[in-house]
Design a protein around this ligand. Structure first.
Ligand SMILES: [Cu+2]
Length: 172
């Protein structure tokens, strides 16, 4: 019975994959105007191929990004202008990390987490979802692009390759 079910699920491919298998954020909701520990969970590679790079795009309104180093993985930070100045605990802040990546190797049959501490500015709207587009690069040039941003009223389950998101709560 279980075996039959597994085969049926495999036939549907990505569309039928449970959300926990995608790239998702560990903590599903968090208040604006505070720090957030973003834990990106990588549940699988690209159609069986090992993951060699995880690239995360930092959305507007998210500043003071500090990725956590990972043994065996090479970190890269792309810095740039935010386009406006934010107040970060009294310090005007107008530039910082806009994209970060970890390069290494994660076999398809293993699981790992990639962590960054960020600050969610008061510009972000409570009650909405905040999405971090992620590109997952794999061996042989394969890739999965987790960049679909669900429209209002829809959620990640309605998409094949949704960007990982977190629900924003009012400032505490
Ligand atoms: Cu998946």
């Amino acid at each position: 019975m279980l075996k039959k079910l597994l085969i049926a699920t495999a036939a549907f491919g990505m569309a039928a994959m449970p959300a926990f298998a995608h790239i998702t954020l560990e903590r599903g909701e968090t208040p604006v105007g505070s720090s957030y520990k973003a834990v990106f969970r990588v549940g699988h590679g690209c159609a069986g191929k090992a993951t060699v790079k995880v690239r995360v795009q930092i959305p507007d309104g998210v500043i003071a990004v500090k990725p956590q180093p990972k043994p065996g993985w090479t970190l890269a930070k792309v810095k740039g202008e935010y386009g406006k100045s934010y107040d970060y605990y009294g310090t005007p802040t107008s530039e910082g990390v806009k994209e970060l990546s970890w390069s290494g190797n994660l076999p398809d049959d293993e699981y790992d987490e990639f962590v960054a501490r960020v600050y969610l500015t008061g510009d972000l709207k409570p009650g909405t979802m905040l999405y971090f587009p992620v590109v997952q690069e794999c061996t042989d040039g394969a890739a999965e692009r987790w960049i679909e941003i669900p429209e209002a009223g829809k959620n990640a389950d309605d998409y094949e390759t949704p960007a990982p998101g977190v629900k924003l709560l009012p400032k505490q």
